[in-house]
Write a new protein. Structure first.
Length: 229
């Protein structure tokens, strides 16, 4: 054990064991090949870590921060300024885990993959690719008021309406008619069943029910009445 109240080292110094620094220390250049423990460190110039940097306490990084290797942070971490993670190479970058949420906060949050960009702000969510619209795939069937509708749901609904609209009406001088209708739109097919009833010389009632022939289709029901003179 060596205790130095004040030491000025102008050349190289090699420590064969563990170096523990408990006070304020100013180092121009530090190279460590083993385990280094710092209770409190203020680094105003460049610092290079060749292996894994593990931070277990609260950490604040102010200024531009670039991580090209492995950074493991187990405590609360605050990044103030620009943070560039994995700016070179083809290694994957993972943030978060399945057991904890990931929060991105700010007036605007943006994420880019390839040429596609997702921007979140007070106006909502916007997808774009060099200013042009992009296709969003993997959308499940919407079930609530503010869910998105996918192409399958949309085409089924249009085909169902087309099928109901093509059921023939009651002929002149006849009172009742029953019929079927078929509809097709964007590869989706639908079948409709309905009928008409002439309740007077100038009045007709009409009803129909149709449904798409694809999975996830919902029935479409309609009823109407008309008078002519």
């Amino acid at each position: 054990l060596a205790t130095l109240n004040s030491a000025a080292i102008t050349n190289n110094a090699t420590v064969g064991g563990t170096l523990a620094v408990t006070g304020a220390t100013t180092l121009s250049t530090v190279t460590t090949t083993g385990l280094a423990t710092l209770n409190s460190a203020a680094i105003t110039n460049n610092a290079t870590v060749g292996g894994t940097l593990a931070v277990t306490g609260a950490t604040t990084l102010t200024g531009a921060t670039t991580v090209n290797n492995s950074l493991a942070v187990n405590g609360a971490t605050t990044l103030v300024g620009t943070a560039n993670i994995n700016t070179t190479g083809s290694a994957a970058t993972t943030i978060g885990n399945s057991a904890a949420p990931v929060a991105l906060t700010g007036s605007t949050a943006s994420m880019t993959g390839g040429s596609t960009n997702l921007t979140l702000n007070n106006n909502g969510a916007n997808f774009s690719s060099a200013g042009a619209p992009v296709k969003v795939t993997g959308i499940a069937n919407g079930t609530s008021d503010f869910d998105a509708v996918n192409v399958r749901q949309f085409s089924n609904a249009v085909a169902s309406v087309a099928a109901a609209a093509n059921i023939p009406g009651v002929d002149t001088n006849q009172k009742v008619s029953m019929g079927l209708g078929l509809g097709s739109y964007m590869g989706s097919q639908a079948l409709a069943f309905g009928g008409s009833y002439r309740f007077s010389s100038n009045g007709v009632l009409r009803g129909s029910m149709s449904t798409g022939m694809n999975n996830g289709s919902k029935p479409v029901v309609g009823f109407g009445a008309g008078w002519s003179w």
